[in-house]
Write a protein that binds this ligand. Structure first.
Ligand code: SF4
Ligand code: SF3
Length: 543
């Protein structure tokens, strides 16, 4: 195996024997095969789409295949094998679709090669040959790294596209653009073309995040500023983690009147601010912090746990029988529930002890999406004009286990009192329980939501830029981001596509971005690794 798609990668260069994330070699190899199968499907689907024909099963398969291979989603080789076989069938569908579209249009079919002709047989042997390391031997590290940058961008945006379609929101052009990008990756491209395509992936992701925002807000209303408790309440309990709001809604409905409190964990925290979700009185609050603390926190949680998306870690034996996966998440030996039949999760919660007493009365405030913030835009603009707010910092992204991530806590603490901190994604847990106070009634810490709510951050930034008759780079606004997995990659590509400059990125730079590619990004966008809090703060406030 060779994998360097996340920040945790071994020695900062690549996992080769086993993933630091817990992914074993077979799983890693099968994930490479799955992406290759999806590429083959996209080669046909792209050509069919150009002739105006798409197939929903084909489109969705490619999206789910990509999402499945995001870090900390699927660790189960058996499920991956099933998906690969399904993909082999869908490639036949995509091929037939393309051939019929050609016949209908009176065109010759192109003779395709490579991934289009791949036949899944001896998967583990085939997969080794498809490894990134093997490709790098012929194409070199710069080209391979940029190809992977594009693939990871696609993986990240596929997650958002999938969440949106689960809520009934789809855009066929996004599917077609994904196929087109996958097809692009099957060819030999130079550095310039690859970088251009990476930014184009950022553009697709902007559409995907917008679609998901629409899906979430149409289904559950606009998030509103909400005080949420971060301690347990006496009684039976279920903890729900991941990003899928529809799973949460179904769980709330299925537990109504059963005397079970539901707690959010990790990236599910923002759900507590959506009117249609928080109206359920037994949606009790948030428990715990970011994903990398789950082994300790799940062990201590006195109920059952449901993982709806990433990030899952190897479950401890102590709670393996009361943790469940659903959707695309999987861990061998962990019960996987399908079709939102959460009966086993509920039974496990009823069988567990639950909280024996009420916890302390501690709350945090969340729910500052674009609707809430732009609702008080006049107040914010006035405060900026009056000099009460000097600067905005977007400090957020993915969290992780590296000790260097204390930087983000220290940075947030060091932000001057006349500045606002906006945050999103699970990186917020580094500082979201600290009291930052307010500026004339505007909280100094604005929790915008999940990682996909980067869409909201962009909306807010664009609206502020308009109010001050400038562009986003002309605002007193700095981006200090943390990355871990491929959704952070796609968001970064979106910000670069928007031309946002001087982003600080940490805790380390991606292993797949080689010095040559980094040099180009630095020249074009001024992107820089995080340094010390003092130096970065000085530079960003002076900029
Ligand atoms: Fe290693 Fe990250 Fe890949 Fe897991 S996802 S194998 S930790 S690079
Ligand atoms: Fe966190 Fe996994 Fe990325 Fe939506 S839960 S952000 S790391």
């Amino acid at each position: 195996m060779f994998c360097y798609q996340c920040e945790q990668t071994a020695k900062g260069t690549g996992c080769t024997v086993k993933g630091v994330c817990g992914k074993d070699s077979d799983t890693a190899i099968l994930q490479d095969v799955l992406v290759h199968v999806a590429e083959g499907i996209s080669m046909y689907a792209h050509r069919a789409a150009k002739l105006g024909v798409q197939d929903h099963d084909v489109d969705l398969f490619v999206v789910e295949a990509l999402f499945t291979t995001v870090t900390n989603v699927n660790f189960d080789p058996a499920r991956l094998e099933t998906l690969i076989l399904k993909g082999a069938e869908l490639k036949k569908t995509a091929k037939a679709l393309y051939e019929k579209a050609c016949a209908d249009a009176g065109k010759e079919t192109e003779v395709l090669s490579g991934a289009a002709l791949f036949e899944a047989k001896d998967l583990l042997v085939q997969g080794v040959l498809l490894g990134i390391d093997k490709r790098a031997e012929t194409k070199g590290d710069d080209i391979t790294g940029l190809e992977e940058l594009i693939t990871y961008g696609l993986k990240g945006l596929a997650a958002y596209v999938d969440h949106a379609q689960i809520l009934g929101k789809e855009d066929p052009t996004i599917y077609a653009e994904i196929h087109e990008t996958m097809d692009f990756l099957t060819r030999d491209n130079d550095i310039e073309a690859l970088l251009g395509k990476a930014l184009a992936v950022g553009a697709i992701n902007l559409k995907a995040m917008e679609l998901l925002d629409l899906a979430n807000t149409e289904a559950y209303g606009h998030p509103e500023p909400t005080n949420v408790t971060i301690e347990g309440k006496k009684g039976k309990a279920i903890l729900i983690s991941g990003h899928d709001l529809k799973d949460l809604k179904a769980l709330l409905e299925q537990t109504e009147g059963k005397g079970i409190n539901i707690y959010t964990h990790g990236e599910m925290l923002p759900a507590l601010a959506y009117p249609e979700l928080k109206k359920h009185a037994h949606l009790a609050g948030n428990y715990g912090g970011a994903w990398q603390d789950q082994r300790k926190e799940f062990d201590a949680f006195p109920g059952s746990i449901l993982m709806t998306t990433n990030c899952i870690q190897k479950p401890k034996e102590e709670y393996k029988a009361r943790i469940f996966t659903t959707g695309l998440v999987a861990w061998p030996g962990v019960t996987h529930v399908t079709d939102q039949n959460f009966g086993p999760v509920i039974d496990a919660a009823l069988a567990a002890e639950g909280f024996t007493e009420d916890g302390a009365d501690k709350t945090i405030t969340i729910g500052f999406g674009h609707h809430a913030v732009l609702g008080v835009a006049d107040k914010v603009i006035e405060a900026v004009k009056a000099g009460q707010i000097k600067h905005f910092f977007l400090v957020g992204g993915c969290d992780g286990a590296k000790s260097g991530r204390n930087y983000y806590t220290d940075f947030a603490k060091a932000v001057p009192k006349d500045c606002i901190i906006m945050t999103l994604a699970c990186g917020k847990y580094r500082f979201n329980k600290l009291d930052f106070g307010d500026i004339g009634g505007i909280p100094r810490l604005l929790d915008i939501g999940q990682c996909n709510d980067a869409h909201s951050a962009v909306q807010i930034a664009v609206a502020l830029a308009k109010a001050f008759d400038t562009d986003v780079n002309g605002l007193p606004l700095s981006f200090v981001l943390s990355w871990y997995e491929q959704k952070a990659v796609t968001i970064l590509l979106s910000l670069l596509h928007l031309g946002i400059k001087n982003i600080r990125l940490g805790p380390t730079l991606p292993a797949f971005v080689t010095p040559a590619a980094l040099g180009i990004l630095v020249d074009a966008f001024g992107i820089a690794p995080i340094g010390t809090v003092e130096e970065d703060m000085k530079a960003l406030l002076g900029a």
